[in-house]
Design a protein around this ligand. Structure first.
Ligand SMILES: C[S@@+](CC[C@H](N)C(=O)[O-])C[C@H]1O[C@@H](n2cnc3c(N)ncnc32)[C@H](O)[C@@H]1O
Length: 256
């Protein structure tokens, strides 16, 4: 499992700020300002192995994690940040076998994380209104190796949801309150709705719609993540942080 094969993705680690997601292929080299790395030399080695570039600078070949695939995606939209994805996964109870409806797909960062967690027996149905975003997301899902667990639909989700008996509906789009009644119809009894919004105005409209449409256990949270700079005698929070991404609202469907 930890041996590198041809065709595998590897995260070449130089330092905390400089990492590169590359595919190991025969005859292919990866060029950086620190020289080039002959990728085929990695075949048959263990993940975690060290490899020297042509300038004798050492890289470490790490096995890419879900968050590496997400951070390295080609982006057309703002993506859901890993700190928010982690909470959305918890609130949506996404796990193997879950049937999930999501909108909008955007770059596919959140979709990738959902697909990764519902494998191998679950499925994500992801709605995206913009065809060009959908195409980019499909490419990203294939690159992350999870596309078989996702159906992407080039559709406006405010016009309705096709799926029924859904475990969770997850929204990251400008007008989530317009989707709440469709989500209610799509969800199983006691099913879960999670909505991510950058502004409080969106949250208020969404929470009102949830209460009007028979959802209970409605809660909104914000997650702030602060990095630490750790060095003996100098340990303290980092000066810079991502000050705001958005608010996460979650709720459960009660039968009317
Ligand atoms: C912020 S992006 C979503 C990012 C995504 N969560 C990710 O991690 O990559 C919002 C997306 O919602 C899409 N969208 C907006 N309104 C929509 C609608 N009514 N139906 C489907 N998609 C919609 C937009 O085109 C955009 O791609």
């Amino acid at each position: 499992m930890s041996e590198i094969h041809e065709g595998d993705d590897v995260l070449l680690y130089l330092d905390q700020r400089r990492t590169y997601l590359v595919k190991v292929e025969k005859g292919k080299s990866f060029h950086t300002h620190k020289g080039f790395v002959q990728l085929e030399e990695l075949v048959g080695k263990q993940y975690g192995t060290r490899i020297a570039s042509s300038m004798n600078i050492e890289f470490i070949a790490l096995k890419p994690m879900l968050q590496d695939h997400i951070f390295k995606m080609q982006r057309r939209t703002q993506i859901t940040y890993p700190k928010d994805i982690a909470l959305i996964l918890m609130f949506s109870d996404a796990g193997s076998g879950s049937k999930i409806v999501e909108a909008g797909t955007g770059t596919g960062a959140l979709t990738t994380a959902l697909a990764y967690h519902i494998r191998p027996t679950g499925h994500v149905y992801s709605y995206e209104i913009r065809e060009n975003f959908m195409e980019m997301a499909l490419k990203n899902l294939r690159r992350a190796g999870v596309s078989e667990y996702v159906t992407v639909k080039n559709r406006d989700i405010t016009e309705g949801v096709d799926e029924t008996e859904v475990d969770a509906v997850i929204l990251d789009l400008a007008t989530p309150w317009l989707v709440i009644s469709h989500a209610y119809t799509a969800l199983k009894g006691s099913g879960i709705l999670v909505s991510f919004s950058p502004t409080i105005d969106q949250v208020v409209k969404t929470v009102e719609a949830l209460k009007e449409n028979g959802f209970v256990a409605v809660e909104t949270v914000e997650c702030l993540m602060r990095g630490m700079q750790v060095e003996r005698g100098k340990t303290r929070p980092q000066t810079l942080m991502t000050g705001h991404t958005g608010y996460i609202t979650h709720a459960r469907k009660a039968i009317k």
